[in-house]
Design a protein around this ligand. Structure first.
Ligand code: ADE
Length: 250
């Protein structure tokens, strides 16, 4: 049972790649896939690329070409929920595409053909990822908090994540996004650019999917500064810790 581990950026993948044993490199469909073993488990590591289309083609290749049995996404996101701060971790319970709008033919955010806006992640994989995140994330910030002013006690949240082909980088836009979703009953934790697409592909193929994202910025006016700093200095530490814990518990 091979587990696919997707990351959006090389910085987020570097620690996992470093720890990979018996690693074999495969180039396919403009992507590089690394097959090997991590913490005793057969895995394929891949970069999703940025945005929904790139993520969807990568997820499809992982299923069609590598026959993966489950898929886990690890990366960063912009915090939208009021108490979701930089350095916290969010584990996705479900996903919505915030830039999907086929109204008035379909309700705002509804995925045409699916009859709903939100796609659920796999319950048991998500529960395992939540346990791993809660247990293993606390040791991560120690070296970095003086530089990034990370919270001494990062929190682990679980709930709705949204994806779209936009880097959300103003307080005005993030507030508008949070409020409009909230008005329709969608209480959102964080925004990123790939997860909902992977969730859709996994739903189509019946492959269990789970995702965890570390909050790199608040999707506000300083997001363009906070995001690269966090990605360079912290993101892969979180991915290593949480994914290590996750794979050991599988
Ligand atoms: N990923 C990390 N931060 C983000 C943001 N502000 N908008 C979209 N995707 C993100």
């Amino acid at each position: 049972m091979t587990t696919a581990i997707l990351s959006a950026l090389p910085e987020e993948q570097s620690g996992l790649l470093h720890a990979l044993q018996q690693g074999q490199r495969h180039a396919h469909g403009g992507r590089v896939f690394w097959q090997g073993r991590l913490h005793g488990q057969p895995v394929v590591l891949a970069l999703s690329g940025i945005g929904k289309v790139a993520a969807a083609t990568t997820a499809t290749a992982l299923i069609e070409r590598f026959g993966v049995a489950r898929m886990v996404f690890t990366g960063v996101a912009g915090g939208l929920g009021a108490d979701v701060q930089v350095g916290d971790v969010v584990v996705a319970r479900d996903y919505l595409q915030h830039d999907m709008d086929a109204s008035p033919l379909f309700a705002r955010w509804e995925l045409p053909g699916y009859g709903r806006a939100r796609l659920a992640c796999d319950e048991s994989l998500t529960a395992l990822l939540f346990v791993a995140a809660s247990a293993d994330v606390l040791g991560v910030t120690v070296d970095f908090d003086s530089v990034l002013r990370l919270p001494p006690q990062p929190r682990v949240h679980q709930g709705l994540l949204v994806s779209g082909d936009r880097f959300v980088a103003t307080a005005q836009e993030s507030e508008a996004l949070r409020r409009s979703l909230q008005a329709a009953g969608h209480e959102v934790l964080a925004v990123e650019m790939e997860g909902a697409a992977v969730a859709q592909v996994c739903q189509d193929y019946g492959v269990p999917f789970a995702a965890m994202r570390t909050i790199s910025d608040r999707a506000d006016d300083s997001a363009h500064v906070d995001f690269p700093r966090f990605v360079q200095q912290v993101a892969s530490r979180y991915a290593d810790q949480v994914l290590g814990g996750f794979l050991r518990r599988l």
